[in-house]
Design a protein around this ligand. Structure first.
Ligand SMILES: C=C(O[C@H]1C=CC=C(C(=O)O)[C@@H]1O)C(=O)O
Length: 425
């Protein structure tokens, strides 16, 4: 049951400090409170299985939704693993309560199992007020996380990364592949009782052109829209090609931007990513159009080469079936796709988990917004004795002919910044 919420409310203080569910961007977003349903998926059919499970759930649900906005009514938040072989579960979570905002419009959705639960007491009301919402709580304990191995060249994770980049360079020089995205991880630990809304709030306040998300312990702020599908209109933002920002030195920063826009290596790297999205999306849409030239997207930590795509949905597919068609793009895997996935498997000494997978939400109509899970960290299970949780952040970059391992390493440090700064003390 969805009802408009009279008056506004700050979303983040409503969600659980230890298990937050959030999807935020500027004056739009949603938070979840409690879990009504959790579905998990594994393997190569994880997206297709999730799309089908969600279609069946949506068909069977009774939805009372006078708000009629994308994201009102029944909604699931999702986080999907990058690799078909990943041990990490891909998950869809339907919160018990969702509080959402689209500019000046707020609404509340309550999800109940009508076979066992009562109708919500306020179902006859035509709106709810902030007093009817779950209790917002003030920001709590934030001890901070210090991630290890961030830039020490001698650290084992750094030398493994550099060896992977060199091998990727060699494979590209031998003509086996054109582009491979190689990533690395840094680790930290988080004390029990930490209030995760602190780093989420910092990400949302700082990364205004990004999707700030928290789903099942995956927390980040991604600038890359894998696909957005609402009311028959489809869009995506493809990113590949990066330069670190130098906000303390305007001339240096402007040079970095120009250098990015005029580098044939970066343009080449970018074109693989755009091509992969166009090829995967084309069979499912009509009137596919792209911004004419890549533009420089300015984020607090980096410049990216960016291309925006728009199209009309050409079939009765959901946003999750489009994710199934698109993942993995060459922004996170490489070109050609199958060879790049095999190379990542061979050259990265870890399971990526949900990093560079898909994170977002889907509603009853199948509309949804899905970002590539970048600039993120994944929390592990709490240690039963201490309550401490391991946290792993990941970042990578596209390797093409002419990539320099030291430069790629510097780029990962810039890409870690959103997470390392948001999780700092
Ligand atoms: C793989 C990542 O970024 C991708 C998105 C934008 C730019 C990228 C690049 O320049 O390499 C990557 O393709 C990451 O942030 O971990």
């Amino acid at each position: 049951m969805t009802r408009p919420l009279a008056g506004g409310v700050d979303l983040l203080p409503l969600t659980d400090p230890a298990a937050p569910l959030a999807w935020l961007r500027g004056d739009r977003g949603a938070v979840g409170i409690g879990e009504a349903l959790r579905l998990t998926f594994h393997g190569p059919t994880r997206f297709r299985d999730a799309a089908e499970a969600w279609r069946l759930i949506s068909e069977a649900a009774t939805v009372d939704d006078p708000v009629h906005m994308p994201g009102s009514g029944l909604v699931a938040f999702g986080a999907f693993a990058f690799a078909s072989s990943s041990a990490t579960a891909s998950t869809l979570i339907v919160p018990s309560t969702i509080v959402a905002r689209h500019r000046d419009l707020w609404w509340v959705t309550r999800v109940t199992d009508l076979s066992t639960d009562q109708h919500p007491a306020d179902s006859a009301a035509d709106h709810v007020s902030a007093a009817d919402l779950p209790q917002a709580t003030a920001a709590g304990f934030w001890p901070g996380v210090a991630f290890a191995d961030l830039r020490e060249q001698a650290a084992p994770s750094v030398s493994a990364y550099l060896a992977g980049v060199r091998e990727a360079d060699d494979r590209i020089a031998r003509g086996e592949l054109e582009k491979i995205v190689i990533a690395r991880q840094v680790r930290g630990s988080l004390d029990a009782d930490a209030d995760l809304r602190t780093p989420i709030g910092r990400l949302a306040d700082r990364y205004l052109d990004c999707w700030t998300y928290a789903v099942d312990g995956l927390i980040g702020a991604s600038p890359e829209t894998l696909v957005r599908s609402t009311g028959g209109s489809v869009s995506a933002r493809v990113l590949a090609g990066t330069r670190g920002r130098h906000p303390e030195d305007a001339a240096h920063d402007a040079r970095a931007r120009t250098d990015l826009l005029t580098s044939s290596k970066e343009q080449h790297e970018h074109s693989f990513a755009v091509q992969s999205v166009v090829t995967a999306l084309a069979p499912h849409v009509t009137s596919l159009r792209t911004s004419e030239e890549p533009f420089a997207l300015e984020l607090p930590n980096v410049w990216h080469l960016a291309t925006d795509l728009g199209a009309n949905l050409g079939e009765a597919g959901s946003s999750l079936s489009l994710v199934d068609a698109l993942h993995p793009t060459a922004a996170v895997a490489g070109t050609p796709t199958a060879g790049a996935i095999a190379a990542i498997d061979a050259l990265e000494p870890f399971d990526r988990g949900r990093y560079s997978g898909a994170v977002g939400w889907i509603d009853q109509a199948g509309d949804g917004e899905w970002a590539i899970a970048l600039r993120c960290a994944q929390l592990g299970e709490a240690d039963p004795a201490t309550g401490t949780r391991e946290i792993i952040a990941s970042a990578g970059g596209g390797i093409v002919a002419g990539s320099d391992p030291a430069g790629e390493l510097r780029e990962t440090v810039s890409k870690f910044r959103p997470v390392t700064e948001a999780f700092a003390r």
